[in-house]
Ligand binder design. Structure first.
Ligand code: MN
Length: 228
């Protein structure tokens, strides 16, 4: 028998439904918009996409999220996100979209000071990215009700727009990401992908209100709570 209670599996809500989606893994694509890569002083070669992951403690649906310990530069990254309904390996890009159950707006919250240090020292990004309540994933819109196109995405902080872009500006397209990732992992239903952030990332602090919207998807609203 289990010696300790099994950890709870986080669930995504579904827009206008009581259904929920148990989350398996959360894959995040790094440096996937040219202008964001430039603002991070990153060199982008269209060689292969790269990923980092967030674990279950990171996943929340919105509302108040705590300001985490260990950072003085906590950043928002607003991202088109999706969840798979069918998995598989070696998925063809031509067929990749059909594996998506639905789409949502997401926030990849980042301890930027720790990430900058990690980059400088060639260390991993875990502590800068895998943060309690650091993967905000809004209500999921079924793929049947939303088709990826050229939709606008924008994030405001306290009513001022900070990030403003379009979902077709991704360096690595959604089909390319699924095809590539499925050659590294056998993907499963409930796997979530956060596709990367456009330019305009910046710091937030306690009391700040973040509102993100991708045309046609449910908006997300998050308030940064007190430090923990
Ligand atoms: Mn990101």
């Amino acid at each position: 028998m289990d010696l300790f209670p099994a950890p709870a599996i986080p669930r995504l809500t579904v827009l206008n439904s009581d259904d929920t989606i148990p989350v398996n893994r959360v894959f995040c694509v790094g440096r996937n918009y040219w202008a964001h890569a430039a603002e991070m002083n990153g060199e982008v070669e269209r060689d292969a996409p790269f990923y980092f992951t967030k674990s279950h403690h990171a996943v929340v649906g919105g509302g108040e999220i705590p300001f985490p310990p260990g950072t003085e530069n906590y950043h928002h990254e607003f991202e088109l996100s999706f969840v798979l309904g069918t998995g598989g390996k070696d998925i063809d890009a031509d067929d990749a979209i059909s594996h998506i159950w639905g789409w949502c707006a997401g926030l990849d919250m980042t301890r930027r000071d720790l990430q900058n240090y990690a980059k400088e020292k060639r260390l991993p990004w875990d502590t800068s990215k895998d943060i309690p309540a650091g993967a905000v994933l809004g209500p999921v819109t079924p793929a049947a009700d939303w088709t990826l196109g050229t939709q606008r995405m924008h994030l405001s902080v306290n009513g001022e727009i900070r990030q403003d872009a379009h979902v077709n500006e991704l360096i690595w397209s959604v089909p390319e990401i699924i095809a590539h990732l499925s050659r590294l992992y056998t993907l499963t239903p409930g796997d979530v992908v956060m596709t990367g952030t456009p330019a305009g990332v910046g710091p937030v602090g306690p009391g700040d209100v973040l509102e993100g919207e991708i045309d046609g998807l449910a908006p997300i609203k998050t308030t940064i709570g007190a430090p923990t």
